[in-house]
Write a protein that binds this ligand. Structure first.
Ligand code: SAH
Ligand code: AVI
Length: 393
């Protein structure tokens, strides 16, 4: 089979040729995505209890030309996104924009356009995180596979599943066949990435979950030896207490001996951090403003995203990059779906994201408190980024 070289630029496949952040289409938000799965894959919109979720092993297989079932039969997508349910965009926006210090949760960056913008960020020269983690993983994926020997590879916030490929390649080298279980709030990116993986890995089976990993962990089918990957330092987008609670919840869904692979961005020179979140091409600024496009479309509001400046700086006390959107002038925004008027003073900000930067001691203590025993710590010579492999006690 064809192995995609680690240096291959996967984003070229995901991000259309000739596109730039300024001409990316504003597609309908994935929270209201359609009902048809590409490639004939099974789509379930209903919530299934774990016990009801059939495993692929039980499915009848029709062999494709390579002796494997065709891609459509190797993909299942469960959709657990309910735009009207609790903890969703309407409730979060009402709470966040009514608060004296306005804030919005970062998970709403990732409609289709936001996911593509993030994928673009991953290739920016200033955004060292992706390429550092990728290079690290290239060197250690075989050892991670040997230590964890998974039957299921679970991934939280899988996005374009770029780095996943390094794990899948290592699994193939070890003739360790797995089922891949990505969970991501961006249904369109989840489907696009799954299709690309199915094409490149003819024996891979994917059971994707479009949902919120803060709310839908119980929707992941269970019962097999797992390697759970949470890459890209996405854990840094949680506050300290949210991260601890999340890891504890993850551990409670795992069995003794299951492994957890966590990517964390490390504390470093402020200028390097600052550049990573203030790139010269303004892609991060557009990613930040995309949140307002998402709210406009989803909640019928009239934000002018260009009336807000992108602000990103390192808060050393909290060891976190903070992203804000700062109103250029005093004005009011109507959020019609919520019958809400939101006043802004000139210079008033909406806090859109934190991106915490970690140390080894902090990361391992956090994993330990959650019920994991750290088994390996991998970091490159420049100590920009680390991978922590831990096992559920
Ligand atoms: N893991 C990839 C992508 C990181 S970007 C990488 O390392 O490059 C963060 C990803 O997490 C996005 O794909 C976003 O859609 C997803 N995400 C953010 N919040 C989420 C949530 N609450 N539940 C599920 N997915 C979420
Ligand atoms: C997904 N997450 C880890 C990214 C980060 O670095 O915090 C999101 C991002 N925000 C701005 N640039 C990238």
């Amino acid at each position: 089979m064809r192995h995609r070289a680690a240096s291959d630029n996967f984003s070229r496949d995901v991000f259309p040729k000739g596109a730039s952040w300024s001409n990316l289409p504003l597609h309908p938000i994935s929270l209201q995505a359609g009902t048809t799965a590409a490639g004939g894959a099974t789509t379930k919109r209903t919530s299934l209890a774990p016990a009801e979720v059939p495993h692929f092993d039980q499915a009848r297989e029709r062999k494709g030309p390579l002796g494997y079932p065709p891609p459509g039969e190797r993909l299942r997508v469960d959709v657990h996104i309910d735009p009207d349910g609790p903890g969703t965009i309407a409730a979060d926006v009402r709470r966040g924009l009514s608060s004296p210090r306005k804030r919005l949760p970062p998970k709403y960056f990732y409609d289709d356009r936001g996911s593509r913008l993030f994928d673009r960020i991953c290739d920016l020269p200033e955004y060292y995180l992706t390429r550092t983690e990728q290079a690290l993983l290239e060197g250690v994926a075989d050892e991670i596979v040997a230590l964890s020997r998974p039957r299921d590879l679970v991934e939280f916030g899988s996005g374009a599943s770029r780095k996943t490929r390094l794990l899948l390649d290592a699994l193939e080298r070890a003739t360790n066949r797995v089922r891949y279980l990505p969970i991501d709030v961006s249904e369109s990116m989840l489907r696009r990435s799954a299709q690309a993986l199915l094409a490149d890995y003819p024996s891979l089976r994917i059971h994707a979950v479009a949902g919120d990993y803060e709310r839908h962990l119980d929707r992941l089918p269970n019962g097999r030896r797992r390697l759970v990957a949470f890459l890209g330092s996405t854990i840094g987008n949680f506050t300290r207490s949210q991260a601890q609670a999340f890891l504890t919840r993850v551990a409670s869904h795992l069995n003794t001996g299951d492994h957890f692979l966590l990517g964390v961005d490390l504390v470093k020179d402020t200028a390097v951090l600052h550049a990573a979140y203030n790139d010269a091409d303004g892609v991060t600024a557009e990613f930040n403003r995309n949140l307002l496009h998402v709210i406009n479309r989803t909640l019928d509001s009239d934000f002018d995203p260009l009336a807000f400046d992108h602000l990103a700086f390192f808060n050393a006390e909290e060891s976190q990059i903070e992203m804000h959107l700062s109103a250029q002038h005093a004005h009011e925004v109507q959020v019609r779906a919520l019958a809400l008027t939101v006043p802004f003073e000139a210079g008033e900000t909406i806090h859109t994201e934190i991106s915490r930067k970690f140390t080894r001691a902090e990361t391992e203590a956090m994993l330990d408190r959650a019920g994991f025993t750290p088994v390996r710590w991998y970091e490159p010579a420049n100590r920009y980024f680390a991978l922590s492999l831990a096992v559920r006690r």
